[in-house]
Design a protein around this ligand. Structure first.
Ligand code: NDP
Length: 278
């Protein structure tokens, strides 16, 4: 058999900051797979053209998709996985003999990271802050993990309501909109980009009253403590289990890699490597 030089990429705008080429490079090395993984900057309205061009090459086995193209990718693919359908967004494209399948691995990345930190999700009351692409991607996997109630909060309440309505289609009765004064959370997940600007969501500190496990999807350290402002805030209010989004980033990449190559990479090694890079 002749040697196969596979191509994959991540589409985004901006894309320069992406760690995906490093992560997939390390995964490929573990299995001796010859993978060339590139960053593809697409124009804001140019996802389809960029994807068509990239996949003209039959060596292109798949792609990741990040902001702001997860919806464009959802519309571009020929077929959708259950996760992608329920999320309403695609972060992974897989070439198949029939065409292209869209999947979403963000939620699996998040749930695997929570479980690896011994966060109990079965029966949990979860507060999800945010209603953008990251929040949407997280929901199907949280549902599958057996959470009891998903409390939704978003700055723009219309977006939270729209997301709640969407979730009701596949998980009836699971969602409750957050109400001021709610305190009984087991897990709090910040799925906004606020920590990137050292800002906090406008929520009372009472959300930490039950000392929930606290997750922030932002993974770049922003504060002197090497954490994010949201996690520091949670610690100040008595929370002892706080986790940033680096594990989710690596976990979603690992599941994409599995969908392309059928191999499950060692994420612990890659996590240690990336933490050192910061
Ligand atoms: P979107 O732009 O789709 O959504 C942004 C969310 O943040 C919305 O809920 C928005 O609320 C909220 N928000 C933004 N600015 C403010 C503000 N000033 N005050 C209050 N709320 C605000 O982005 P994504 O959902 O795609 O990404 C969100 C974050 O998650 C990013 O930082 C991204 O890097 C991270 N992420 C991490 C991943 C990982 O693997 N760790 C994977 C995917 C994303 P509103 O609707 O009111 O505008």
């Amino acid at each position: 058999m002749s040697h196969f030089h596979a191509l994959a990429c991540v589409f985004g705008n901006p894309i320069e900051q992406s760690k995906s080429p490093v992560i997939h490079g390390l995964f490929a090395k573990e299995f001796g797979i010859d993978l060339e993984y590139s960053k593809q900057l697409a124009k804001p309205d140019g996802f389809d053209a960029a994807a068509n061009l990239f996949f003209e090459n039959t060596r292109a086995i798949g792609a990741n998709v990040t902001m702001p193209f997860k919806l464009a990718a959802y519309n571009w693919v020929d077929e959708l996985s259950m996760q992608a359908k329920r999320a309403g967004a695609v972060n992974t494209i897989i070439r198949t003999p029939e065409g292209f399948t869209g999947d979403n691995t963000d939620g699996i990345g998040l749930v695997n990271d929570l479980l690896s930190h011994d966060v109990e999700l079965k029966g949990a009351k979860v507060l999800l802050i945010g209603a953008g692409g990251a929040a949407k991607g997280a929901v199907p996997a949280l549902v599958d993990a057996g959470i009891q109630t998903l409390y939704l909060y978003n700055r723009s309440s219309e977006r939270a309501e729209a997301l709640a309505e969407h979730i009701n289609n596949f998980a009836p009765g699971l969602v409750s909109l957050y109400r001021d004064g709610d305190t009984h959370f087991d897990v709090v997940i910040n799925a906004t980009s606020l920590s990137l600007n050292n800002s906090l969501p406008e929520l009372p500190v009472k959300i930490f009253k039950n000392h929930p496990a606290v997750y922030d999807m932002v993974y770049q350290a922003q504060t002197d403590t090497g954490s994010t402002v949201f996690l520091d805030h949670a610690i100040q209010h008595g929370c002892t289990k706080t986790i940033d989004g680096l594990g989710m980033l690596i976990g979603q990449a690992a599941h994409s890699f599995y969908l392309w190559f059928g191999q499950k990479p060692n994420t612990t090694k890659v996590f240690k490597h990336l933490r050192q890079l910061k």
